[in-house]
Write a protein that binds this ligand. Structure first.
Ligand SMILES: *Cc1c(COP(=O)(O)O)cnc(C)c1O
Length: 374
């Protein structure tokens, strides 16, 4: 069976986890700090706050901006469910913007179409690693409304020559194994403003005023205080140690994914499929190679995936529409034609660092055979 993804982990990551375990610091500690510093260096961000997942990072980011009950947050429906869930965790209402038919991302026009005076933040998603046109979005949104980037999939993607991570006030990344850099579970929030970064560091740790690292380094007894409601959204030092090793491999990971994607594009061109490609304003890391079968129903797409599975190739449906999931039944009435077409017609092909040429060719053959059958 050719899997959809296989994380690129080796002895160096195992050694890093081993060393962290034997160091005596296994919860959030010096390795988390070191990972945060490495992440700032990799993205150009002023601050980086490690968290337990992108989902908890999105929650902290929105809460940290003051998003609360009665507020609206504009975001795409066409995204992983965690995007809209993070808005709901704050008691706010997700207002769904449609996406561009080419990039699968929200645009200046689709966001402007649903903006109201209740909008407290705009949560944009670099879907499958495809960068949004951030300058155009910024220009279309009132200056007092911050943009938060859900960059869960976008480590290694670029916008106008710069890595994703330093453009908006808050940018959130994931280290789930389905993304490029992984440490099992984990997330990172990059932050431009020092006061917001400090607040997020407290909020991830029960809003405690004294961190474990500070207490450990202090010669005097420190009494902590809890000034507001916080959470335990911490990353462990074991995860951070693995993440540091992974992050150092990012350039190689990205180059390899782009090479494999280019080969898919060459092999699949002229077959009536819509294939992903870089937008004019940036480069994608191809976190997913998502192809679209124009005119297919969701049932026909699912049948293609079943035929691929029968032939030993694990594909996946493309990005889901949040408003079509039962948990969002009260949003089911919204009309998002481009999002709905993408959700029905798209599928994701296997793409992983150590994929062999034979595996790559087999995916192409199996996909083309599955398409011919229906
Ligand atoms: C994977 C993903 C998330 C959630 O990431 P976790 O680290 O698993 O919480 C959020 N948003 C998008 C767009 C994703 O692809």
């Amino acid at each position: 069976m050719i899997p959809i993804i296989r994380p690129w982990l080796g002895p160096a990551e195992a050694q890093a986890a081993h060393d962290a375990i034997l160091s005596g610091w296994i919860a959030q500690g010096p390795k988390v700090r070191e990972f945060e510093a490495a992440f700032c260096a990799a993205t150009g961000a002023a601050h980086a706050v490690a968290v337990s997942s992108a989902t908890t990072g999105l929650h902290l980011a929105l809460h940290g901006l003051g998003v609360g009950p009665g507020d609206e947050v504009v975001c795409p429906s066409l995204s992983f469910i965690a995007t809209a869930n993070s808005v709901k965790y704050c008691g706010a209402v997700p207002v769904f913007a449609d996406v561009d038919p080419v990039t699968q991302n929200v645009t200046a026009a689709t966001v402007a179409a649903v903006l109201t005076s209740r909008c407290k933040a705009v949560l944009v998603v670099h879907q499958a690693g495809m960068p949004c046109d951030l300058d155009a979005l910024r220009a279309a949104i009132p200056a007092h409304v911050p943009i938060v980037e859900d960059a869960a999939c976008a480590i290694g993607s670029t916008y106008k020559g710069q890595p994703i991570g330093a453009f908006s006030p808050l940018v959130v990344f994931s280290f789930h194994p389905r993304k490029l850099v992984t440490c099992g579970e984990g997330g990172m929030v990059t932050v431009q403003d020092t006061a917001i970064a400090d607040r997020l560091r407290r909020l991830r740790q029960h809003a405690m005023t004294v961190s474990d690292v500070q207490r450990h380094a202090s010669a005097t007894f420190l009494l902590e205080q809890y000034d507001e409601l916080g959470w335990n959204h911490r990353m462990t030092d074991i995860q951070a140690a693995v993440g540091i090793v992974q992050l150092a491999k990012l350039a190689e990971m990205t180059a390899r994914r782009r090479d494999l994607a280019e080969r898919y594009t060459v092999a699949l061109q002229g077959r009536g499929l819509v294939l992903p490609h870089d937008p004019p304003w940036g480069t994608t890391n191809y976190q997913s190679y998502c192809v679209r079968v124009p005119g297919a129903t969701a049932g026909q797409r699912n049948a293609i995936l079943q035929r691929m599975l029968d032939a030993g190739v694990m594909g996946k449906r493309g990005i889901l529409c949040t408003h079509q999931e039962p948990a969002y039944a009260h949003h089911a009435h919204v009309a998002l034609p481009h999002s709905e077409a993408w959700a029905a017609e798209s599928l994701v092909l296997p793409l992983f660092h150590q994929m062999t040429d034979a595996e790559h060719e087999r995916v192409v053959d199996v996909l083309l055979a599955a398409l011919r059958q229906g």
